[in-house]
Design a protein around this ligand. Structure first.
Ligand code: ADP
Ligand code: MG
Length: 308
């Protein structure tokens, strides 16, 4: 997934079952390797890469996991009116944020229009049983980067639970899920990064049996002539988002949903994104850039859960 992962588990959970930490470590790596082989566009032989190269419009058999992730992604696309769209792949690649070489170049309007014509979540279909996907336009190319990390976190959490590990903190590239309590018997504490240049901590929250994901424009971007080009693309314009939402954090029961919604709200921006969060009653925390620095905004659900 082009990022790091970190897993903390409470040792007492292992002592109870007599499991060796190395076994757990191996198990986690097996889970992540499997997710990569399903969802990574950085691996040519992954399921998603093979589907991306597939040029026919009949059903293409995939694993149940990949079908589930695509099903959730399409659901978030419909809910967000296309702000979230995994078929933006050709645009992500055009702007230099894909698996190819990073080129900091502003594409021409013609190039953007041509790439946009190859996108659109309505041209992608999924079936859960037997699991398969289908594109009505042969050029459809899916990029799961906005949701696969969250899915990976859920898979690791499920694996840990299957090994009787109930107290854990799983993180893949900033997307997190916390189970049970930390070694001191307290809720896990996690920091939400400040979008500032020094990347300090903006806010610390206590999390129990919940997932938290953050999307922002402050880590993965390039700058040209004083303009910041983020890796998050607005599918309706074919261009990186330009609004003032610096960071959005979403909490949910599962990390796949938190991750997907975080990206969706990131695309929608500070106002439409906030309205979306209110409508869906999501616990959401935003950091918005303004003339004097940053302002924080949170939904009542976020306040209720985390500001006690
Ligand atoms: P991060 O946690 O690294 O900020 P996100 O979960 O926000 O990542 O996902 C960003 C990635 O999703 C981009 O690098 C790109 O590959 C892909 N992407 C960009 N725009 C969209 C979009 N509108 N819908 C879905 N995926 C997108
Ligand atoms: Mg995301």
């Amino acid at each position: 997934m082009g990022t790091y992962y970190s897993v903390k588990i409470v040792k007492a959970d292992l002592n109870q079952t007599g499991t060796n930490p190395e076994i757990i470590q191996q198990g986690i790596e097996d889970v992540l390797r499997a997710v990569n082989l399903q969802m990574s566009t950085y691996i040519d032989s992954s399921e998603i890469s093979r589907f991306n190269r597939y040029r026919k419009s009949d059903w293409f058999a995939v694993s149940a996991d990949l079908a589930t992730v695509i099903d959730r992604a399409l659901q978030i696309s419909r809910e967000s009116n296309g702000a979230f769209d995994i078929t933006v792949g050709p645009l992500v690649n055009l702007w230099g944020f894909g698996p190819g070489e990073r080129e900091e170049r502003i594409p021409t309007p013609e190039e953007i229009a041509a790439a946009r014509a190859k996108t659109g979540y309505r041209k992608l279909q999924v079936r859960l049983s037997p699991p398969a996907v289908k594109k009505t336009l042969p050029e459809i190319y899916c990029d799961l980067s906005a949701i696969a990390k969250g899915f990976g976190v859920d898979k690791v959490a499920e694996y840990l639970t299957s090994q009787q590990v109930q107290n854990y903190l799983v993180e893949i590239g900033g997307e997190i899920r916390a189970g049970g309590e930390n070694t001191s018997g307290k809720d896990w504490r996690i920091g939400i990064s400040s979008p500032d240049d020094d990347l300090g901590i903006e806010k610390v929250i206590s999390v129990k049996n919940m997932a938290v994901a953050t999307s922002g424009d402050y880590r993965n971007y390039f700058e040209k002539d004083g303009i910041r080009y983020s890796h998050t693309i607005d599918p309706h314009t074919g261009r990186p988002i330009t609004h003032h939402l610096a960071s959005v954090t979403v909490a949910d029961q599962t990390c796949i949903i938190a991750d997907g919604y975080a990206t969706a709200i990131d695309v929608l921006g500070p106002d439409a994104g906030y309205d979306f969060a209110i409508r869906k009653e999501l616990p959401v925390f935003m950091i918005v850039r303004d003339k004097h620095g940053f302002i924080e905004k949170m939904t009542p659900q976020f306040e209720k859960i985390f500001m006690k």
